[in-house]
Design a binder for this molecule. Sequence first.
Ligand SMILES: *Cc1c(COP(=O)(O)O)cnc(C)c1O
Length: 221
Amino acid sequence: MSIADNISRIRTHIPANVKLVCVSKFHPNDDIMCAYNAGERIFGESRVQELLQKQASLPADIQWHFIGHLQTNKVKQIVPFVDLIHGVDSPRLLQAINNAAKNEGKTVNCLLQIHIAQEDTKFGFSQSELIELLESEQVAEFTNVRLCGIMGMATFTDNQAQVASEFQKIKSIFDTLKNRYFANDDSFCEISMGMSDDFQLAIEHGSTMVRVGSSIFGARV
Ligand SMILES: *Cc1c(COP(=O)(O)O)cnc(C)c1O
């Protein structure tokens, strides 16, 4: 199967109101161009250095999403062009993004990463940490970040019932935050959840943005 075939197959399972982020990490520019020529414009990368190289040499109308764990000392390198940062996992990182955005005279779109999976290795806020952040005085200082929603990952498991219940949990946290803090803020509308193995389940549970890598580009080497 070619990349273009993979995309058209996947696209049949994605409703028009759900965004597809083509996760191109570890895949070469030629592969990205295949997806680009098939009509895709949103690409996700998880390493700053790799993203910088790709962004410099690929079409300017690509919307680059940063989906990995972002170190505060690398924020300023991507802020000038990044379209959305999915993995904001600490107040400190949000602060760093805000500072860099201010220096650039822009506002940066961010998703708050929620920690839901059973594994300890996954980064993110718990629900109570998010509430603490959103109720803090500090949040008013973040004039140059636009909070666009939340991002989450399910536990890496074959247990579909568990994955489904975690997606449900992410959706319910989103609804709680939306109602409490963003009822009048149309920007806060995205739930980024679902990857190659579980994006259809994620969409059934309210995902608005799926991050699909290996089903499009093949295994990463
Ligand atoms: C790599 C990655 C993906 C894509 O995973 P696939 O299983 O290849 O679709 C999605 N989200 C994040 C955060 C990733 O790091």
